[in-house]
Ligand binder design. Structure first.
Ligand code: SAM
Length: 223
């Protein structure tokens, strides 16, 4: 079983997708496990009333936005790692818009390398104190060339794409489809769909039953 440990300030933001999607089925079938940890639980309490748990600080470089403190993040990671065990193989990832591109090949690699535990650290605000990456020898991973507000969506994208690479998580047909990223058009019933008085037909070749021709058509659509 592959365990994802998600370090996030907002664990509840993950729950609805995890409980409704392929991630839920994969957990039920014991292919994966998802655990969340919030740095807030490992923060020092500050303030006169002792109520505020400090998880961020102002950047030394100046500028807007706060930076996540290293201590609470590292303590959350230590909790996720738990006791050392020779059978466990860890990978630690920090989500960052400037990191290594996350691709299907990367997702498949996570399964091929037989990690038992993947720790996913979600940044917020201006990101995470850079020493966390150095200390943990973590890898920065980006899910695309755009900036999101936090690492929670990247964590979800990551877990979804990696989980569907585990044999048995998807149905047989769907598993075969994993061998390629396809951009060909797909159609279902009805054969002729009428929209605003105009008729839209399924391409003839798909109704022909000629598998060779269908494959050629798919290839042509992928170009
Ligand atoms: N200037 C900061 C930087 O370059 O890291 C922007 C931080 S962003 C507002 C807050 C957090 O969202 C990041 O620390 C990261 O964890 C996550 N994030 C935003 N966009 C992302 C992307 N495209 N891929 C992966 N993580 C992303």
């Amino acid at each position: 079983m592959l365990t994802f440990h998600v370090i996030t300030l907002f664990p509840e933001s993950l729950t609805s997708y995890i409980s409704e999607s392929i991630l839920s089925r994969a957990q039920d079938k014991k292919f994966i496990k998802i655990k969340t940890y919030t740095p807030r639980d490992y923060a020092e309490i500050v303030g006169e009333n002792g109520w505020r748990k400090k998880v961020d600080g102002r950047p030394y470089s100046g500028g807007p936005g706060m930076v996540l403190l290293p201590g609470p993040v590292l303590r959350a990671v230590a909790k996720a790692k738990g006791r050392a065990n020779a059978k466990r193989k860890f990978k630690i990832i920090i989500f960052s818009p400037g990191g290594t591109n996350f691709t299907n090949t990367y997702a498949k690699g996570c399964i091929d390398k037989k990690y038992t535990d993947i720790i996913l650290i979600c940044g917020r605000y201006e990101g995470i104190d850079a020493r966390v990456k150095k200390i943990l020898k973590a890898e920065d991973v980006s899910i695309g060339e755009y900036v999101l507000t936090g690492g929670e969506l990247p964590a979800m994208v990551f877990m979804d794409a990696v989980s569907r690479q585990i044999e048995g998580v998807l149905g047989k047909f769907a598993s075969l489809e994993e061998n390629r990223i396809s951009s060909h058009e797909v159609y279902t019933r009805p054969e002729v769909f009428t929209y605003q008085k105009k008729k839209y037909k399924v391409p003839e070749v798909l109704l022909s039953g000629d598998h060779k021709k269908i494959e050629e058509w798919k290839t042509s659509k992928n170009k």
